[in-house]
Design a protein around this ligand. Structure first.
Ligand code: UD1
Ligand code: MG
Length: 487
């Protein structure tokens, strides 16, 4: 395991200023989620739980002092956090939160204090991490526990405070886990957030005293509070300002509560920056989405992934935009699905357009109802307004693509490109069999099946000539009536 550790040796300055590390416990399976995915990679606000914790930790300490303890599906978790630059420690068997810290002992040995965070408590703010660190140092505590008065503390370890003169003091006697609560302790609403500051000296002196005599047969880190307090060391509780910040995500219901909290915060942040959001509680906006001022977002819109929307846009109800770039003043009418696409300023989409990855819609272009685009570039002012499929297509400026036009891009083996040059007009219900090129300002007559290139300024007609059979229906009708009167 030591091969995984790469920490700079303590500098002389470290003696004066206590050296702090952050350990993030992220090795657990998350049994209560009933999932094949590791708990800490479950997402809220479009981001893995652990990513929130790592981001908050990095706002407080350099990545080299942050140790993420991984175990269950370790390689998946490590890969998901690979870009963060943090250290990883392997807890090869998940024998409990106490055992997680035992596994990190060698990595933490050179530090004076460690802040222990939980990978499943995602909304913790950097200010709060700094707050517990400062409180812990100022009070020379062996352990400081971040706590909260949960409206429903079920599932949280409860804080048993020492009594001084008949009243609860700042000092903690023990943390008692839910399943070990005595009747009189059931009333305690103050819960353990799973976030602690610990002086490494007393921690490592007493860590081996943890026992597995509990209903799960695990080493509970929470037992260290009672062990330290019994040894005469100072164990303090510090209450967090609000409960959401220290709420854990152990099951799907808790995940949903935290997800709506993150999304509400995101909407509030966007509104504060000048975005109008009607009925924000119905909108699903991921953490990394950016939206410009004076853009209006209607109810039931989803903006996901790394989507960027410019100012002065209107995104109408039921549109779902994922990892796309939308320029200034774009209108996205109702029900559009836009993924991995770029839409330039002043373009109009929808209602019900489907822009798939690689779609690049030029300034002022229109993509209308039931139009699907994939790897299709539309030039400035180009229009494809109705019932069309444009795949692997390069479409010039001011091209008009008639209703029902289909690019036949797939020949059963590979994808081929259709090029439609500037100013061309494609009649309705045309099929353009790629690879094919329609020249500048050329016309394609309606219902054409185009298999050969069309030169600039030419008219292509590619359909069978119409034949009108005069009186055909009348003759058929009379023949049928005659047959009926005979029978
Ligand atoms: C824990 C606390 C509980 C507290 C709650 C706050 C213990 C025994 N209980 O309970 O007092 O109120 O957090 O959210 O600590 N993990 C490991 N290795 C393991 C087991 C867990 O790294 O062997 C990690 C998990 O991935 C998770 C964190 O530790 O990120 C907490 O574990 P979890 O099982 O969620 O503990 P809780 O039951 O929530
Ligand atoms: Mg938990």
């Amino acid at each position: 395991m030591s091969a995984m550790i790469s920490r700079k040796p303590s500098s002389p300055k470290a003696k004066a200023e206590p050296r702090f590390a952050i350990a993030i416990m992220a090795a657990g399976k998350g049994t209560r989620l009933k999932s094949k995915h590791p708990k800490v990679l479950h997402e809220i606000g479009g981001k893995p739980l652990l990513q929130f914790v790592v981001d908050a930790a990095k706002a407080v300490l350099p990545a080299e002092d942050i140790f993420v303890i991984i175990g269950h599906e370790a390689e998946r978790v490590r890969a998901a956090m690979a870009g963060a630059g943090v250290q990883f420690v392997l807890q090869s068997e998940q024998l409990g939160t106490g055992h997680a810290i035992m596994s990190a002992r060698a990595s933490l040995a050179g530090y004076d204090d460690v802040l222990v965070l939980s990978g499943d408590v995602p909304l913790l703010r950097p200010e709060t991490i700094r707050g517990i660190r400062d409180f812990h140092l100022k009070n020379h505590a062996a352990m400081t526990i971040l706590t909260a008065d949960f409206p429903d503390p079920t599932g949280y370890g409860r804080i048993v405070r020492k009594k001084k003169g008949g009243r609860a003091s700042d000092e903690v006697e023990a943390i008692v886990e839910q399943k070990k609560l005595k009747a009189q302790q059931e009333k305690i609403r103050e819960g353990n957030s799973g976030i602690y500051a610990l002086a490494t000296g007393p921690l490592f002196e007493h860590l081996d005293e943890l026992r597995t005599d509990n209903p799960h047969g695990e080493y509970y880190l929470t037992d260290i509070a009672g062990i330290l307090a019994n040894s005469g060391a100072k164990v303090l509780a510090l209450k967090a300002g609000e409960t959401h910040e220290v709420a854990g995500a152990n099951n799907r219901a808790e995940l949903a509560v935290l997800d709506s909290e993150v999304r509400a915060r995101k909407c509030a942040e966007l509104m504060a920056a000048g975005v109008t959001i009607f009925r924000p509680e119905t909108c699903v906006i991921d953490a990394e989405v950016e939206v410009g001022a004076d853009t209006v977002i209607e109810p039931f819109v989803q903006l996901l992934g790394k989507t960027r929307i410019g100012p002065d846009c209107r995104v109408r109800s039921y549109s779902v935009i994922t990892s796309s770039e939308i320029g200034d003043g774009v209108t996205v009418r109702n029900g559009c699905i836009v993924s991995g696409a770029r839409v330039s300023e002043g373009a109009i989409l929808g209602p019900y357009s489907h822009l798939r990855p690689g779609s690049d819609i030029g300034p002022g272009a229109h993509v209308g109802n039931f139009v699907e685009t994939k790897k299709a570039k539309l030039g400035r002012g180009a229009k494809a307004n109705h019932l069309t499929y444009l795949g692997d297509a390069v479409i010039g400026e001011n091209v008009n693509v008639g209703a029902g036009t289909i690019t036949c891009n797939y020949d059963g083996v590979k994808k081929n490109v259709t090029v439609i040059e500037d100013g061309a007009f494609i009649g309705s219900d045309s099929t353009l069999v790629a690879p094919v090129r329609i020249g500048r300002n050329a016309y394609v007559g309606a219902a054409a099946c185009i298999t050969e290139d069309v030169p600039e300024d030419a008219l292509a007609i590619a359909r069978s000539r119409q034949v009108n059979k005069e009186g055909w229906v009348k003759a058929k009708r009379e023949a049928m009536e005659a047959a009926k009167s005979k029978s």
